[in-house]
Design a protein around this ligand. Sequence first.
Ligand code: ADP
Length: 413
Amino acid sequence: MMKLADIIDENVEELAALDTVDNGKLFGLSKDWEIPGVAECLRYYAGAADKIHGETLKMSRELQGYTLREPMGVVGHIIPWNFPTSAFFLKVAPALAAGCTMVVKPAEQTPLSALYCGHLAKQAGVPDGVLNVITGFGPTAGAAICSHMDVDKVSFTGSTEVGRLVMQAAAMSNLKPVSLELGGKSPLIIFDDADVDKATDLALLGVLSNKGEICAAGSRVFVQEGIYDEFVKKLSEKAKTWVVGDPFDPKVRQGPQANKTQFDKILSYIEHGKREGATLLTGGRPCREKGYYIEPTVFTNVTDNMVIARDEIFGPVMSLMKFKTVDEAIKRANDTRYGLAAGIVTDNLNVANTVSRSISSGIVWINCYADLDMDCPFGGYKMSGFGKDFGMEALYKYLHVKSVVTPLYNSPW
Ligand code: ADP
């Protein structure tokens, strides 16, 4: 795994370019951040591989008890198209460290980097048969993994709808455990004491990063009434200067959507928002002559029950909403079937503590957004799924716990 990390470091540009060609994500960000992060991920779990151990148990009778952590066996990893290389290694690295073998199915829209990573893994000396990459479509190749009787665990990242099918297929076959990292409709709550300049930057980055194709996108932005008007003015000025274009161009901040299905889906949500009576503050249209480019789009006058405030759009579309009190913000932020992430902007410690403990989501960012770290577990509550990526939690999801019990002194037999 250490050697594979070094090989990834030598192939940063190639991997970044493959993901940009396949997905439309910014080449510069991939090269400087996402792909180096993958090498870091491999090193993190390589370092954990020889520190997997059980516990000695405090038995109440004269018995000796201890636990072993054992690899689950054959893991099926089903990968999404928004972060092709990093999603690949966030699944593969902990499973390898746990001692599992695996079949990885990248998304049909973005298979190139996964195939290349399979090749690099072979070069690093991962034995044949341990890390298998299979391309194919979801309802065929993906479904076959989920219902296979010899697959012992499925780790899935994708939409909530498909997550349900994955769990169903697992239940109907060998009851294999699944972990699901699914969609989100994450709130970013900005309080009156926030620096409006910084908060608008954070809000834009929260929803426009990776052209909004990010499960933790802060797509519902709640702004307290005292700064709302100033926030709207500044946000609209900044959104209009956001550069959309060729993802290989270093001046560009937003590339094209990953595919036509996604492009059409986002535009139809924007039309839906207009029909529902939300006000288009900026954007709302495709841009540039060729390619799946969409203007950074901000809606105001959004109400909590509108479809654009409830559904995951997975595109550069923000719903901006005004609130008065802390309690109101908590209630409205939690009024979603999802629970992946949330953000809070305030310097008031009491407010930050109260809100972070009251929000039903797997991660809460205070005065930052979408900051992740290898040691920081990431995964949802509610219909955003269960089971974590990142951190030691991700390693444990590929390990069984076995208890071993023996008499402490002479056996009665
Ligand atoms: P999106 O809606 O964002 O395209 P999906 O959840 O459809 O995301 O896809 C994520 C991954 O799930 C992809 O690798 C896709 O091929 C796979 N997939 C899609 N349908 C199924 C299915 N029925 N069973 C298993 N995997 C599937």
